[in-house]
Design a protein around this ligand. Structure first.
Ligand code: V0D
Length: 251
């Protein structure tokens, strides 16, 4: 007897039920690195270092499941309140990450980009990220956005100021200003709004991430700390998103 469904099923390979309703754009708050380290009696920076390899695992999973855009909250405007030594360590991670993974990202056709107030980051951080952006500019697979020195209220205020300036300079008329026009002044101008927001580490808050852009987004929270976040757990989020009906305020 030939039962193709059973015969062809690979053992234990994680997969989606079907390929409808994949979230095109997923945004992630990668929380829980410091607590992961503390639980092991290690310094917080050990958690951030471990978090770097999780980034690559999730990027590969996103490529595999044909997600189009992945936006990762890597450094917030509030993170400047942390001890200087921890900040210095975190701001060297882009270079370290890219040194290890850039060839693999290029092989996977990933295009890297960044959102946030990049100008106020150290020169070495900007240089590393800009190099990756330039090297992956022509790739047309997964778009991987790192939110660096990003804060949403700051983004919205800057947008408002730039629009007022353009109105004052006669480049924009007040009558043209609507939601679409406003969106074009945000860091995320060329991106669709996220379909799914994931936050690891157990907290259920937005922490000043993409306030405007998440207006209709589905939220998915897990207690799993970022360094322990896996392809399997990521897949759980994708599967639950597939089951949800999005209504945008309609019926
Ligand atoms: C620390 C957990 C990769 C969250 C992940 C500067 C906090 C590891 C990058 C990265 C961070 C950024 C840009 C880029 C390539 C890689 C990164 C930061 C923090 C903030 F082009 N991990 N990562 N950037 N962490």
């Amino acid at each position: 007897m030939n039962i193709p469904f059973f015969k062809n099923k690979k053992s234990e390979e994680p997969s989606l039920y079907h390929d409808e309703n994949i979230a095109d754009h997923i945004a992630i708050v990668m929380d829980g690195n410091g607590r992961w380290a503390k639980k092991r009696g290690m310094p917080r920076i050990a958690g951030h270092k471990e978090g770097v390899s999780t980034v690559m695992n999730i990027v590969k999973a996103a490529v595999k499941y044909k997600v189009k855009v992945l936006t990762l909250y890597a450094f917030s405007t509030e993170n400047w309140k942390r001890p200087k030594s921890e900040i210095d360590f975190i701001l060297r991670l882009p270079k370290e990450f890219l040194h290890i993974y850039l060839p693999e990202l290029i092989a996977n056709n990933v295009r890297i980009d960044a959102i946030g107030d990049m100008e106020n980051l150290p020169h070495h951080t900007i240089e590393a990220v800009q190099y990756a952006i330039d090297r992956t500019r022509d790739n047309d697979g997964l778009q991987l956005n790192f939110a660096l020195n990003y804060g949403s209220r700051n983004e919205i205020l800057n947008t408002m100021k730039e629009m007022v300036r353009d109105i004052h300079d006669g480049k924009l008329s007040l009558d043209e200003v609507d939601e679409q026009q406003f969106s074009r002044y945000l860091y995320t101008a060329n991106l669709p709004d996220p379909d799914l927001l994931i936050r690891t580490g157990g907290e259920k808050r937005l922490s000043n991430f993409l306030l405007w852009q998440l207006a209709y987004t589905e939220f998915w929270f897990t207690d799993v700390l970022w360094p322990d976040f896996s392809e399997e757990e990521f897949l759980n989020a994708l599967k639950e998103y597939q089951q949800r009906q999005r209504r945008y305020g309609g019926l």
